[in-house]
Design a protein around this ligand. Structure first.
Ligand code: ZN
Length: 155
């Protein structure tokens, strides 16, 4: 396999651990949910779908930090039990090849482009978006609900 020119960035392990602690402490914005479908609850840390019956923590995550026009905080899941962080950083996560949109942001964290993963595979879209020198980083999100899934940086 040829080396990719990008790096998949899952949710930071410290952020995942803090979310688990907050849920355990009963924070009102960190709640436990139990997966009831095989493709409804993506864990942002291991980048796998939680399987039915598995417990997750649902909490708000600032995918674009406050202070910018495109600042954004939205709901994400992580497994309630510690899970291994996604490590195949040069490879697009196999679990999320469908139902995603890839957004491109510039160095000021302004969204400059977006494409739905559909007819074309995600690698093709990533290559196209990164071909724009203005693109600083990408975000993969769910195509229907818009929820942040993971980031992509230049390798
Ligand atoms: Zn997980």
């Amino acid at each position: 396999m040829k080396a990719s020119n990008y790096r998949v960035v899952p949710l930071n392990s410290e952020v995942a651990a803090a979310a688990r602690r907050a849920a355990e402490a009963g924070a009102p914005d960190h709640v436990y949910v139990t997966a009831d479908s095989p493709t409804g609850y993506p864990c942002r840390h291991c980048l796998h779908w939680a399987q039915p019956g598995e417990q997750l923590v649902l909490f708000p995550f600032a995918s674009i930090a406050p202070g910018r026009p495109y600042s954004e905080t939205g709901p994400i899941f992580v497994h309630a039990q510690p899970c291994p962080v996604y490590e195949a950083n040069g490879q697009y996560p196999p679990a999320f090849r469908e139902g995603r949109v890839i957004r491109a942001y510039n160095a000021q964290q302004d969204m400059i482009d977006a494409e739905v993963v559909g007819d074309r595979d995600p690698e093709t879209i990533i290559e196209k978006l990164l071909a724009n020198p203005e693109t600083k980083f990408l975000q993969a999100r769910s195509a229907d609900r818009g929820c942040y899934t993971f980031a992509i940086e230049r390798a």
